[in-house]
Design a protein around this ligand. Structure first.
Ligand SMILES: *Cc1c(COP(=O)(O)O)cnc(C)c1O
Length: 430
């Protein structure tokens, strides 16, 4: 399978190149040249394990460079935590993707990509710098995925005042090959810096660099797996709609790939007040905006980087796209009242991101009677302890992995949102 740039269909590279480049040299994002079709019967008949599903779903994407036994090892090591599908009420389920080491769904992509990168570069002499921008959860998931992996250094850019205390503690208390940088700016600044750094000729000549953001195809592909997995659990249900809490739209892009592969599902792109996608579906015009702060901060993205992948998957056909994806913008007030309502009525605790998706499915349901909703639970509620406790008025239990890192000393470099300053830091210190 070859991968092409969303900016130029003729620019084709191997999977290895796509993973190492992160972003295509022309600034585009990589997509597979063709989308393999799956045999749906396999999922209708048998009860496959998530590992078996992963093997089925992913092998065509990577089998030229990664053998099926290597893939099997990578899958077992990356998906080594449970992904329960919990019924919240009669027609709504939450797929809990947050039982990995950093309690974020980003563990799936980050752990998979770390192992893929390490495999693809095992014969290289140069150290690989993995650059990533985070609005909260990517940083710790990536750091954890690559922690102490030989030949790899991880540079994390995060916005000052843009991440929670727990999130900051998670990524600044690791040490070893993990280098967090606090940027005096917003997440969009961090993301822009990464894009420029990845395309900087001097840096590229001196270092082997790649990105671990959701722009990297190796993070996107493993996220396809759990759409199939959840579907296989609920295959007897009719009209399954996934409600995906979206920021950079990587997670939903993986879902759309699953749909293109043949999964009969529909999609709700749930956003907070950062609603450029909702506006796009309404008007056909995509206008990036500065990001606005909300209580679902990992979704505070004003220029979702996967937008062009989505356009591409629909052949730039606005009408088609519009008839395939529904999108809602949920206010902080609605998010809070959803958390409280579901807690009181169903005894289930949502985190603010899952709550945005839950609220979006509630809206969807009013026009789609009989639909079964699968809400993606992207973070453990304890990661947003203060917010959640204030809403439900009760103390919640904090998993040990989180309380441990809060005790450790934090260490991060602080830099302005200035391309040259960050570049110099990378050239000098790393
Ligand atoms: C990153 C993140 C999202 C958004 O995922 P995208 O793939 O960027 O759309 C949603 N929820 C949580 C908790 C996240 O960390």
């Amino acid at each position: 399978m070859k991968y092409y740039s969303t900016n130029n269909k003729e620019l084709k590279v191997t999977f290895r190149e796509a993973v190492l480049n992160g972003l295509a040299p022309d600034g585009g994002l990589y997509l597979p040249q063709c989308i393999p079709k799956i045999n749906l019967e396999l999922f209708e008949k048998a009860d496959l394990t998530i590992q078996e599903i992963a093997q089925e779903v992913l092998s065509d994407y990577i089998n030229e460079e990664i053998s099926s036994s290597e893939l099997s090892v990578i899958i077992n090591q990356s998906l080594n935590f449970e992904i329960p599908l919990k019924a919240v009420n009669d027609n709504t389920y939450v797929l809990e993707l947050f039982h990995g080491p950093t309690l974020s769904f980003k563990d799936v992509g980050a752990r998979f990509m770390a192992r893929v990168l390490s495999l693809l570069t095992r014969n290289d002499n140069n150290e690989t710098l993995v650059l990533t921008a985070t609005s909260g959860d990517t940083g710790s998931a990536v750091a954890n995925g690559y922690y102490d992996v030989k030949g790899i250094k991880v540079i994390i850019l995060y916005p000052e005042n843009g991440v929670s205390e727990i999130q900051e503690a998670q990524m600044t208390t690791m040490g070893k090959n993990i280098f967090p940088i606090k940027i005096q700016g917003t997440f969009d600044d961090c993301q822009l810096l990464i894009k420029k750094l990845l395309n900087d000729k001097e840096l590229k000549n001196k270092k082997q660099i790649t990105s671990a953001n959701s722009i990297n195809i190796a993070r996107l592909l493993p996220q396809i797996i759990y759409y199939f997995y959840a579907y296989s659990k609920l295959k007897s249900k009719k009209k399954i709609a996934f409600s995906v809490p979206s920021g950079n739209f990587g997670n939903i892009t993986a879902g759309l790939l699953a749909k293109k592969m043949g999964l009969p599902i529909s999609f709700i792109a749930a956003t907070n007040k950062n609603d450029v996608f909702v506006k796009y579906l309404f008007s056909g015009v995509f206008t990036p905006q500065p990001s606005l702060p909300t209580i679902s901060n990992a979704m505070d993205v004003g220029n979702p980087s996967n937008f062009y992948r989505i356009l591409e998957l629909y052949g730039h056909d606005y009408e088609k796209l519009k008839s395939n994806i529904i999108s809602y913008s949920i206010t902080d007030e609605e998010t809070k009242s959803t958390i409280l309502k579901v807690w009181n009525e169903n005894n289930y605790l949502l985190d603010p991101h899952g709550a945005v998706a839950f609220a979006a499915f509630e809206k969807f349901k009013t026009n789609n009677q009989g639909a079964t909703g699968i809400v993606l639970g992207t973070a453990h509620p304890a990661k947003f302890q203060q917010t959640v406790e204030k809403i439900i008025g009760t103390k919640i239990e904090i998993p040990e992995t989180l309380s441990e890192c809060l005790k450790k000393e934090k260490s991060a470099e602080t830099l302005p949102a200035d391309f040259n300053k960050v570049k110099d830091y990378l050239l000098e210190k790393n």
